[in-house]
Design a protein around this ligand. Structure first.
Ligand code: DAK
Length: 261
């Protein structure tokens, strides 16, 4: 089934872009949009040529202004939990992609929008971007993983402040708190995302995949267990063509051409 509320394109070989496309609703996530994103991301996980995904929002005002409050307000407890399950599995599918995902936050990233950005590996933001978990103003806690991913990314004190107050922070504060990697003028945001994506797409795909997994999975392990996991992955990398090519290219003083095998 084709997507209704997202746009998917491939601006360059290996670089995919997913644009949430409900600009009149500030790209709020209703059920259809979440299903569109999840399905597109699941397809992308199987795309052999995919090296990087950029996620952004349509228009110049909003990345994603959260879950769709109008659709959500009438839900029963069971429907609410199902909706949360859909949201959780969608952001998890993003996080599980075997290549880097860059959120290019071009405006509001609130509630489920901030949580979706948190499931990406990098967040870059336009100068006017705003971040927040305002769910407590609506009578619910964050439902798409915000209470877990936000403290893991910026520490519990600042995450607690954002989640429990519901107050928003601007892009510069998000940068200084480590939520955002870089802030750019709005008209340069997508070009900067593309530049970053080009760099990433030239790296050895299997080494990138292993590295991403080690950083994410290691965060929930003891240092000893995480180092042991890194040790095994390092050894495994020596079974790849990319390791042979990367090291040979260095010695031969030329650029490596990686096959992803
Ligand atoms: N949902 C639905 N419509 C939204 C929306 C949203 N989150 N955000 C904006 N819109 C709609 C507005 O209703 C308006 O539509 P019309 O009235 O024109 O039909 C249109 O987008 C333009 O918005 P505004 O007129 O309000 O624009 P402003 O520039 O004045 O204000 C704003 C922009 C982003 C500050 C404001 O729209 C706003 O505060 N929006 C709501 C932001 C928010 O609270 N986001 C968090 C949503 S809650 C759970 C599962 C999931 C979740 C929680 C629990 N479980 C089941 C456990 C997730 C929760 C959330 O994400």
């Amino acid at each position: 089934m084709s997507a209704v509320n997202i746009l998917m394109d491939t601006p360059e070989t290996g670089i995919y872009r997913l644009t949430v496309n409900r600009p009149k609703q500030l790209n709020a996530l209703n059920q259809q949009t979440l299903e569109d994103i999840r399905s597109a991301v699941q397809d992308l996980a199987q795309a052999a040529d995919a090296r990087v995904l950029i996620v952004t929002g349509s228009g110049d005002k909003s990345f994603i202004a959260g879950a769709d409050i109008k659709q959500m307000q009438a839900k029963s407890a069971v429907e609410g939990q199902r909706f949360s399950t859909l949201g959780l599995s969608t952001v998890q599918a993003l996080s599980d992609l075997p290549f880097p995902v860059i959120a290019a936050v071009n405006g509001y990233a609130l509630g489920g929008g901030c949580e979706l950005a948190l499931a990406c590996d990098w967040i870059i933001a336009a100068e006017h971007a705003t971040f927040g978990q305002p769910e407590v103003k609506l009578g619910v806690p964050p439902g798409f993983g915000g209470t877990q991913r936000l403290p893991r990314r910026i520490g519990s004190a600042r995450a607690m402040e954002m989640i429990v107050s519901g107050n928003t922070i601007d892009a510069q504060t998000a940068l200084s708190w480590g939520l955002v990697n870089h802030v750019y003028p709005a008209d340069q945001l997508l070009a900067e995302a593309m530049q970053m994506a080009r760099t990433l797409s030239k790296r050895a795909p299997l080494a990138v995949e292993l590295s991403k997994k080690l950083v994410l999975d290691g965060a929930d392990l003891s240092l000893e267990q995480a180092n042991s996991m890194e040790n095994r992955a390092f050894g495994l990398a020596f079974a790849t063509d990319d390791q042979t090519e990367g090291m040979r290219a260095f010695i031969e003083k030329r650029k490596a051409v990686f096959s992803g095998r």
